[in-house]
Design a binder for this molecule. Structure first.
Ligand SMILES: [Fe+2]
Length: 408
């Protein structure tokens, strides 16, 4: 422990692999500038001028390009006298080869700033492209399981992140994920944070109902897992509570009517705010299990979270009951005459009800996951970095297996 003049401080040991716990020190970080508002995409040229961008590298996927958003970004950049190149090859659950290719193109086009427009896969890939441009190597070299948070240490090219879904929170976080073979690689590093998060709810209006549902449940999982995480951060908890309430009140509305502007605005806000919460407190066993379902069975991240969430909430109930009661109260559930145990169950049932109302399948088997898939996922889920902050410890193989089996 380092000793200062007056107090002895616990500290993050950057030499320990996967170290996340800060033993009492509270820090707070997210994208240094967040621009939020319906229609604010038209600020992208103006904001790029602030970053002294001359040649932007737009990272996206072909679906987003078809929606015309990339053309709009290029038009706004042009109006500000800024050139741009488009890399549209990011796929769902992107492979590391794609990201390596993106880094090569960034260099070969002499780009200076990344502008990422898309869902979580796009935003995460863009962050990793900047890392490879500056520090070289391949994404798995920076896997937080085998490396340390200090591996990402250089000042990276600047990035404007523009989410087109309400879910990931990647626009404000230090986390980026990519797939290597069947394994999800998590990279952590403060330099990965976007320079500017440009959050325009208008871009989510065309998001189809099933994607709206999955992404919304990802955001809800971020907010809940951050709230019950082992880490202590009362500021982040305020963000979690706000996000959970907004999602509870608006996700079903946005799912049923994608043109509900108010519901879309609230969901965009909730997703970003939930990102600001989990960026401080991390997530837990839901994400530890869902990462493997995406890596091995190619399940969309939000869908895997949504199905796993109630089962993990039940596993964690014995240590998180008081937080569940706080959350149930925030949702305005009628808890009259209920014990804490009953109120907690009421909260979990409400999550299950929401899942049902927005068309989330109840079981993993309905999404093609087989019993024979479980064994291979258990070790990776148990050692997943998200498991470190799960409130119930230690996270054992038996615990993980019980979650997968209950959700199957
Ligand atoms: Fe997530």
């Amino acid at each position: 422990m380092p000793v200062t003049d007056e107090i002895t401080l616990p500290f993050i040991d950057p030499t320990i692999k996967g170290q996340l716990l800060d033993k009492g020190i509270i820090s707070f970080s997210f994208a240094p500038q967040i621009v939020f508002g319906y229609g604010c995409l038209n600020r992208v040229g103006f904001l790029s001028l602030f970053l002294k961008t001359k040649n932007a590298f737009i990272v996206t996927d072909s679906e987003i390009e078809k929606l015309g958003f990339v053309n709009k970004v290029q038009k706004y950049l042009e109006l500000s006298g800024i050139k741009s190149n488009v890399f549209n090859e990011i796929e769902p659950n992107p492979q590391e080869e794609t990201v390596i290719k993106g880094a090569k193109e960034f260099k070969s086009t002499n780009s200076d700033t990344v502008i990422a427009i898309g869902g979580g896969s796009v935003l995460d890939s863009a962050k990793i492209i900047r890392l490879l441009v500056k520090q070289g190597g391949k994404p798995s070299d920076y896997n937080c399981k085998t490396s340390t948070i200090m591996a990402v240490h250089e000042m990276l090219p600047l990035q404007i992140s523009i989410p087109t879904t309400s879910g990931t929170g990647s626009e404000v976080s230090i986390v980026a994920m990519v797939t290597s073979g069947h394994e999800k690689v998590t990279i952590l590093g403060y330099p990965l944070i976007s320079t500017i998060a440009l959050v325009d709810p208008k871009l989510t209006m065309s998001c189809p109902p099933n994607l709206t549902a999955m992404c919304g449940m990802d955001a809800l999982t971020h907010a809940i897992e951050a709230f019950i995480s082992l880490r202590i951060n009362p500021v982040a908890d305020m963000f979690s509570l706000q996000a959970i309430t907004l999602i509870y009140q608006n996700l079903k509305k946005a799912y049923l009517n994608g043109q509900d502007v108010i519901a879309r605005i609230n969901m965009s806000l909730a997703a970003t705010v939930a990102g600001m919460a989990f960026n401080q407190k991390s997530v837990g066993l839901v994400h530890a299990c869902s990462h493997q379902l995406s890596g091995q069975c190619n399940l969309p991240h939000g869908l895997a979270n949504a199905i796993i969430l109630p089962h993990v909430l039940r596993v964690n109930k014995k240590v998180s009951m008081s937080q569940y009661v706080t959350l149930a109260t925030a949702l305005g559930l009628d808890l009259t005459k209920l014990s804490d145990d009953e109120a907690s169950e009421r909260f979990i049932l409400e999550i299950e009800k929401l899942n049902k109302e927005i068309g989330i399948p109840e079981k993993l088997a309905e999404c093609g996951v087989k019993e024979s898939d479980i064994a291979a996922m258990i070790p990776n889920a148990t050692s997943d970095i998200s498991a470190i902050t799960n409130p119930l410890q230690p996270v054992t193989k038996e615990m993980v297996e019980s979650v997968y089996r209950a959700a199957l």
